[in-house]
Design a protein around this ligand. Structure first.
Ligand code: CP3
Length: 334
């Protein structure tokens, strides 16, 4: 499996790739599947539809990995947090504000995720299946804000004024995410990615405590549980790389604000990223040029996975995404 080989530093002939939010609304075929189940969470729980959505990027793009179709908010529901998606509005979460009311989860409550992984694995050969979860900070921020936010004001006040409760909340999420990811690994996930989409809202000193205490606990326990490679995606700050260097995660997935190429020279970790997804709004020749510019700069011939710095957007053009995939796959490492 090319992607695993690259993560582990083995020799490869070309860089592997997959794309964050590769199964999504920019694909007419995905929109057609969604017509069969309009409620997004119900779609995530419908094993047959979720398996079909997971496989679309392999069928239509030819990417080198399948990320299972689900959402980072799925394991919050059994923890006692209400999760709802209303069309076009993004997620809405309901939490009573009391850390004591949050519950430990058991994988049997989200067994559909295991079934999706097993279902995908029966359909693909030689392509790894990526399991995933949201990182503790990002999930806590969703719960506290009640959805997406521009300034993360409530989360910051909670972090700084209710520190002990915040620590208990993050700790409980670490326990729940361990249960959740171990279940995914048992079901057959070949790689696991942890999405910290809101990490950039943390000041450096808070991030340091978070990484050294909570991310460390999460990654270490997963590493002692299995040899499955772990990828940590965070948005926003190159300075966070310092706090992550010693943690047992195989790869760092970074966005376009990070000097990934410079960071790769100083780190022994694998890297994933970091083309700005907005490049896909450009003309074809610009897409090819920007992709080549990035690939030519990669200072090694392995331990790299091509990806975007963040997810594909619903208004992107499938043909341009296909061109991007072809461009990366045709780029030879000599
Ligand atoms: O193809 C894949 O990447 C796999 C599936 C996947 C989805 N969400 C499907 C989805 C994955 C890995 C995610 C992760 C996720 N979900 C993240 C982390 C990555 C990131 O983008 O930062 C976050 C922050 C979420 C929370 C979330 N879910 C948001 C903010 C939204 C968008 C709301 C909207 O309507 O624009 C979602 C919904 C969602 N998750 C969609 C998809 C395809 C779109 C909803 C739809 O199809 O109707």
């Amino acid at each position: 499996m090319l992607l695993i080989k690259s993560l582990q530093g083995e020799r490869i002939e070309r860089f592997p790739l997959w794309l964050m939010r590769q199964a999504g609304r920019y694909m007419p075929q995905y929109r057609a599947l969604r017509e069969q189940e309009r409620d997004f969470l119900a779609f995530c729980k419908n094993v047959e539809l979720a398996v079909r959505a997971s496989l679309l990027p392999v069928e239509l793009l030819g990417v080198d990995a399948v990320i299972i179709f689900s959402d980072i908010l799925v394991p919050l529901e059994p923890a006692g947090i209400g999760v709802e998606f209303s069309e076009g509005e993004g997620p809405r979460l309901q939490w009573d504000g009391k850390v004591e009311s949050l519950k430990r989860i058991n994988f049997s409550q989200v067994e559909f995720v295991g079934e999706i992984i097993r279902g995908v694995k029966t359909q693909v050969k030689d392509i790894p299946v990526i399991g995933f979860c949201g990182a503790p900070f990002t999930l806590m921020a969703y719960a506290i804000e009640g959805g997406s936010s521009k300034d993360f004001k409530k989360t910051k006040l909670f972090m700084w004024q209710r520190r002990e409760e915040c620590r208990r909340f993050v700790s409980l999420l670490v326990d729940n995410l361990l249960e959740y990811l171990k279940g995914q690994i048992r079901a057959g996930a070949d790689v696991v990615q942890i999405f910290d989409s809101w990490a950039m809202h943390m000041p450096y000193e808070d991030f340091e405590e978070y990484a050294q205490t909570y991310l460390k606990a999460l990654f270490q326990e997963l590493k002692s549980f299995s040899g499955v490679p772990l990828i940590y995606f965070f948005r926003g700050s190159g300075s966070f790389l310092k706090a992550l260097e010693g943690l047992p995660v195989d790869a760092l997935s970074v966005d376009w604000t990070v000097d990934m190429v410079g960071a790769m020279r100083e780190s022994s970790k694998a890297f994933q990223g970091n083309l700005d997804p907005a490049v896909l709004y450009c003309h074809e020749d610009t897409i090819v040029k920007k992709t080549h510019e990035l690939l030519r700069c990669i200072p090694r011939k392995t331990k790299y996975v091509f990806n975007l710095g963040h997810g594909l957007m619903p208004d992107m053009d499938l043909e341009k995404v296909r061109l991007l995939v072809r461009t990366v796959k045709e780029f030879r490492l000599s």
